[in-house]
Design a binder for this molecule. Structure first.
Ligand SMILES: [Fe+2]
Ligand SMILES: [Fe+2]
Length: 152
């Protein structure tokens, strides 16, 4: 992978992460549960850390962080109105999990292709954060489904 290809790839992550910052920020404002509200706020801050580390690296390569339009569309469609009740929260978290899993798969793909040690560590660190987010979301979905007596 040459530098231009790598910058392009990193801009994909930059866009995805930036969308996640906004997504979790918005979700945090749309839920009533205080724990979930704070958790989403915290996750949004972690995603902001990813935006920052990716954009720093793009600058380091001589590029410019650029928001790619094709990433924005599916994400923004997810946030529609106020989320309430267990069913609404389960649906919200399930779409969050899909997005996190997409990020994980893409990080896993890129981490195998990079030779630079700093980038390698950065990608691993972001990847693990996404996995932690996914694990919490999945646990919450299970918990809510069990409380509501529905099978997921
Ligand atoms: Fe992230
Ligand atoms: Fe995440």
């Amino acid at each position: 992978m040459n530098t231009q290809q790598l910058i392009k790839k990193l801009n994909w992550f930059y866009s995805l992460e930036l969308n996640q910052v906004e997504l979790y920020q918005t979700q945090s404002k749309t839920v009533n549960d205080i724990y979930l509200k704070n958790l989403l706020e915290r996750v949004s801050k972690i995603e902001q850390g990813h935006v920052d580390n990716i954009s720093d690296y793009i600058f380091k390569l001589g590029g410019k962080p650029t928001l790619l339009g094709e990433v924005a569309a599916p994400v923004t469609g997810v946030i529609a109105g106020r989320v309430s009740g267990w069913a609404g929260i389960i649906n919200m978290l399930k779409s969050d999990i899909i997005l996190e899993q997409k990020a994980i798969a893409d990080y896993q793909d890129l981490v195998l292709k990079v030779s630079d040690k700093d980038l390698f560590n950065l990608l691993w660190s972001n990847l693990i954060d996404e996995d932690l987010h996914t694990a919490w979301f999945a646990r919450k979905v299970e918990e809510l489904a069990a409380m509501a007596g529905v099978k997921q």
